[in-house]
Ligand binder design. Structure first.
Ligand code: SF4
Length: 272
């Protein structure tokens, strides 16, 4: 069954995706472990922030709100980092950089949230506990879905449910494009929309990508163009995996230099 995350791998390099699936489908790369740690930290951040929001009183200033939201964050990141450092499955430097970057992203996120919360408090004269639903609607975190019919499975970072409508949300740590979202991210949201539609019988018209580096949520409208592009790509991936036929693609030397498969890949330039 195709994983939704394979779509961005396929866009990055079809040969790499093919090798990953045929050579070591079960191997845990440093990238995959880092992804899991990122999810763990983000999930804890959401839980802690939601809980701490209840302590926000009516007349508090922006700095005070920020402190309430962010105070515990460095410590829980350190705890998670120590746990993974002891498990010894990820390179220490990668872990360290990952945790430092995430702490900075979450600091920025908390600062922006503090500003927004202050705006709402000023206009409503309510306390944090009373406006918590505005910032944290009912949601499903790391929600797994799979469909035999689509031959597709994935774990959605978050699904917000507002008035019975489902909004899949994917979190990204990289820099976004100037406008909109990257194609791979749009296709990932379209894939989640298809899974929600097929498995939960809920039509999804829009999803979102959270680009945490700039603390911005960008929409992805699920229109017929995106839908068709998704299914064309799934057909190509299925064909490649079933028949071993790798579609034509452009080779970028820089990608190959960094690629963990460059020694066994027939497409890799000799000097990679
Ligand atoms: S070495 Fe280059 S062409 Fe081969 S899988 Fe890696 S990125 Fe793709």
């Amino acid at each position: 069954m195709i994983r939704v995350s394979s779509i961005s791998e396929f866009i990055y390099c079809p040969a790499k995706m093919y090798l990953k699936h045929t050579k070591d489908d079960n191997a845990q790369t440093q990238e995959m472990i880092a992804g899991k740690i990122t999810q763990e930290i983000r999930r804890s951040y959401e839980e802690i922030t939601k809980r701490n929001m209840w302590n926000i009183k009516e007349n508090i200033d922006v700095d005070g709100i920020f402190n309430i939201l962010f105070d515990e964050v460095p410590q829980f990141i350190e705890n998670i980092s120590n746990k993974h450092s002891r498990a010894n499955k990820i390179d220490f430097e990668i872990l360290n950089d990952l945790c430092n970057n995430l702490e900075e992203d979450l600091r920025l996120q908390s600062q922006l949230m503090a500003l927004k919360i202050k705006g709402v408090l000023n206009n409503t004269n309510k306390r944090g506990i009373e406006i918590s639903e505005l910032f944290f609607p009912q949601s499903l975190l790391e929600f797994p879905l799979e469909s035999e019919e689509l031959n597709l499975r994935g774990i959605i970072d978050k699904v917000d449910i507002i008035n019975g409508i489902y909004y899949p949300i994917e979190t990204k740590t990289g820099i976004p494009p100037g406008n909109g979202v990257w194609l791979a991210d749009a296709l990932q949201i379209a894939a989640y929309a298809a899974l929600i539609d097929y498995e939960l019988n809920k039509e999804v018209l829009v999803g979102f990508v959270d680009y945490n580096k700039i603390a911005e949520r960008r929409p992805v409208v699920i229109n017929s163009i995106l839908h068709n592009k998704l299914f064309e790509m799934l057909d190509s991936i299925n064909e490649m995996l079933e028949k071993g036929k790798i579609p034509e693609f452009k080779i970028y030397k820089n990608k190959c230099k960094k690629c963990e498969y460059n020694e066994i890949c027939d497409y890799a330039p000799k000097y990679a």
